[in-house]
Design a protein around this ligand. Sequence first.
Ligand SMILES: Nc1ncnc2c1ncn2[C@@H]1O[C@H](COP(=O)(O)OP(=O)(O)OP(=O)(O)O)[C@@H](O)[C@H]1O
Ligand SMILES: [Mg+2]
Length: 237
Amino acid sequence: MAGTPALEIRNLEAWYGESHVLHGVDMVVQPGEVVTLLGRNGAGRTSTMRAIMGLTGARKGSVKINGTETIGMPTHRIAHLGVGYCPEERGIFSSLSCEENLMLPPVLKTGTAGMPVDEIYAMFPNLAERRGSQGTRLSGGEQQMLAVARILRTGANLLLLDEISEGLAPVIVQALARMITMLREKGYTVVMVEQNFRFAAPLADRFYVMEHGRIVEQFGSAELDEKMPVLNQLLGV
Ligand SMILES: Nc1ncnc2c1ncn2[C@@H]1O[C@H](COP(=O)(O)OP(=O)(O)OP(=O)(O)O)[C@@H](O)[C@H]1O
Ligand SMILES: [Mg+2]
């Protein structure tokens, strides 16, 4: 594929203190692609997202966002390039209402406008109903939607989503799947870490599999069937 990738990672290494957790990760994501990062517990998927954001300790190698090298940049400058990171812990402010949480983030100068609140509510009708509810009163699924919606408010166009389906009821997981499909239709680039292979399989254009801080497999959705035996072995799915 031609053009500048939305995300281009070359030989990325990262540490937490003395602990070397990423050992040369390579990953290229084109604008508008939905890519899933699979792997067993402790494979290094969250660390990869954190390293993209400059949130690990030392990191080495190359991470380009829309062609701009970020390896020497602090986290806030990386975010300003249009990267939205949704960590596993979601970070919803419990003392603020749903709508106050939505109004919180600054709008970045990314070239993509922050999604207007009415468009957010059209996309997430649950959040519209719950706009006045306190953060703590939202269900796990509503909090997850709010966490993603809050990122869309900033105008981020590269979304890093860490295990958004984890621990949620099947009906909520289905709603999140529809959300990913809508985001793809709107042209967002999505990198999602998933343990839930059934959730990720129909959504992703391409798959990467990590093991021990390295990418050990990558393939497109057309190859999914033939890769199932390898995936079974690597993930135990
Ligand atoms: N803050 C930290 N300090 C030191 N080591 C860490 C830290 N966070 C993670 N690690 C280690 O880094 C490795 C990769 O962890 P990571 O969280 O990236 O895995 P993961 O693929 O997201 O898996 P899971 O989410 O299932 O735990 C593991 O060996 C883990 O113990
Ligand atoms: Mg993780």
